[in-house]
Design a protein around this ligand. Structure first.
Ligand code: UDP
Ligand code: MG
Length: 316
């Protein structure tokens, strides 16, 4: 307890990271201590099934002055875990970091330096990315799609080593956004963003918690959460398709009745082909509309997005 304000909050989501936490603690805290600023580290235990909760508890016991632990009752996903911490940060600059040591804690001072220079948002991008070919290629494609459909400029959306000013974090919390992709949301609130290359290491232990399905969901969230482009592209596509099929039908009619051709082949099959095609177009459209309706539903329903079981922290 002291009068001077906390300068730095480090936010770390933790899901089944028992094999990584000890090394994370031993690398992270010295870096932060060396900064010579008042800081706090907020861990959110996102419903881990392993010993992560116990490890966090003992770390809290070891460094209660600078450690806070939010304990979810179950798994709500990395971004919810980060949001829960955002809602409680006390620092003026906020840094997010993964628990698996893929983002070396030693890179944090680089971000802080850029914040000191007056940027309100600093995004890291991974130099020499250490992930599977599949992940690397997939994220290249996704980055491209994002650039086309939203006006968010980001070299590497998947890198979670980022820092934000408190004003941006407060804006994110106030926006009450659902299915949030935090780096993109922060970017949209930022006035003076910067990027910096950061080292990337292989996951120290364990395997990625992201399944293919979770990645698809996350990126679908990103596109639909920040733009109406899918809807608009779809509408344009359907218009072109309708025009095309009209011409096709007209051509078929002309061949059959004016030129008196295709007497045998004209008929059911042609119509079915057109029908199937139009039907598939309609189905895609319904899916996209459903995504937006779903979002509206979630906002209207305003259900609590996560449930905190326990918070370990010292009062300020
Ligand atoms: N994480 C989380 N909840 C989840 C999945 C992941 O809090 O449901 C945390 C995880 O502990 C790690 C970070 O989010 O600190 C990134 O997860 P991961 O390393 O699995 O993702 P990747 O690096 O493969 O993108
Ligand atoms: Mg990782």
């Amino acid at each position: 307890m002291s009068a001077s304000p906390i300068q730095l909050s480090v936010v770390i989501p933790v899901y089944n990271e028992q094999a990584n936490l000890p090394l994370l603690f031993s690398r992270l805290y010295p870096v932060l201590d060396a900064l010579g600023r008042k800081y706090e580290v907020i861990f959110t235990n996102d419903g881990s099934a392993d010993k992560s909760a116990d490890l966090l508890r003992s770390q809290y016991a070891a460094r209660p002055d600078v450690t806070r632990v939010i304990d979810f009752n179950s798994n709500y996903g990395q971004h919810m875990a980060i949001m829960a911490a955002f809602e409680r940060v006390r620092g003026q600059v906020i840094v997010t970091l993964d628990a698996d040591l893929q983002n070396p804690p030693e890179e944090i001072p680089k971000l802080i330096q850029l914040m000191d220079e007056g940027h309100d948002y600093v995004g890291g991008y991974r130099l020499a990315r250490q992930d599977s070919i599949f992940r690397t290629v997939a994220s290249k494609i996704i980055n491209g799609v994002r650039r086309q459909t939203t006006n968010i400029e980001m070299t590497d959306q998947g890198c979670m080593l980022r820092s934000y000013s408190r004003a941006i974090i407060d804006a994110i919390v106030q926006s009450g956004a659902i299915n949030t992709f935090i780096p993109a949301l922060a970017y949209s609130f930022s006035g003076n963003p910067a990027e910096v290359g950061v080292k990337h290491e292989e996951r120290h232990a364990g395997v990625s918690n992201y399944t293919f399905y979770k990645l698809i969901r996350l990126n679908f969230d990103l596109i639909t959460g920040f733009s109406l482009a899918p809807l608009q592209y779809f509408t344009m596509f359907s218009m072109v398709c309708s025009a095309g099929s009209l011409i096709l039908v007209a051509a078929l009619l002309v061949r059959r009745f004016v030129l008196n051709l295709d007497r045998e082949t004209f008929g059911v099959f042609t119509l079915f082909a057109i029908l199937f095609f139009l039907l598939s177009v309609a189905m895609v459209g319904i899916g996209i509309i459903g995504e937006y309706v779903g979002r509206t539903y979630q906002v209207v329903r305003a259900r609590q997005r996560y449930h905190v079981k326990e918070i370990l922290e010292t009062k300020q």
